[in-house]
Design a protein around this ligand. Structure first.
Ligand code: G3P
Length: 218
């Protein structure tokens, strides 16, 4: 399963890359607004750190303007995935850009049928938002299971299921159990995966016992 970082924080992106935990990056307008930085130069910098797909989202909801924005974003680097909303106009942009060889990530997916439409429009990635469904009392992971079943039924579509709006490690575990292609996570959630109290305790014991030997490896 691929790990994408759902952030524009360059230090966090570098840190994950250094550990081999970075297969791509996703951003959205809220993430960019939070960064306080200029969008295009920031995406350029991210593309220099990350070899994998880097999602940069269009800002308009109008077809013609989204097309122009998407074409401009696609020129930033070869690994750009243009992110478009799951609307009729967004899927039209998806079809047009993907026909021309640009990766497209269709975002704001909340139903299995929306995911099927994105696959038919040639999306490279579909982004179902699990956390936001959990927030309204639906099980977000049920949506992932449904999309994976549907995509498995129709192997002619090669759209990858990119689980988004991840809030905690359990979402990542369930994604892996279901066989999702990608999870995009806030870096702090990926960091939580390293931790186990028995690892901490075991390491503390080894450090103490090693001291007793009075030896040094170096
Ligand atoms: O980038 C899309 C998605 O991951 C947003 O997550 O936490 O704002 O629901 P969230």
């Amino acid at each position: 399963m691929k790990f994408f970082a759902d952030t524009s924080d360059l230090d966090a992106i570098k840190d994950l890359a250094d550990c081999g935990m970075l297969d791509g990056v996703t951003t959205n307008p809220s993430i960019i607004a939070k960064s306080g930085k200029e969008f295009i130069p920031l995406i350029k910098e991210i593309c220099q750190i990350c070899d994998g797909p880097v999602s940069a989202e269009v800002a308009s909801t109008d077809f013609e303007i989204m097309m122009k924005e998407g074409e401009k974003l696609a020129k930033i680097a070869d690994n750009i995935a243009v992110k478009v909303p799951l609307t009729e106009a967004g899927l039209k942009v998806c079809k047009s850009l993907s026909d021309n060889g640009t990766m497209v990530n269709v975002t704001l997916c909340f139903s299995p049928m929306q995911a099927l439409l994105a696959a038919k429009a040639g999306a490279s990635f579909i982004s179902p938002f699990v956390g936001r469904l959990d927030d309204i009392g639906q099980d977000g992971m049920d949506l992932i299971a449904d999309i994976l079943t549907i995509y498995d039924n129709y192997p002619q579509y090669d759209t990858e299921v990119l689980v988004a709006s991840i809030r905690h490690p359990e979402h990542i575990l369930q994604s892996a159990r279901l066989g999702a292609d990608v999870v995009t996570c806030p870096p702090e959630v990926i960091k939580k995966l390293y931790k186990h109290p028995l690892t901490d305790k075991g390491l503390a014991d080894f450090v103490e016992d090693w001291k007793k030997t009075g030896q040094s490896i170096l």
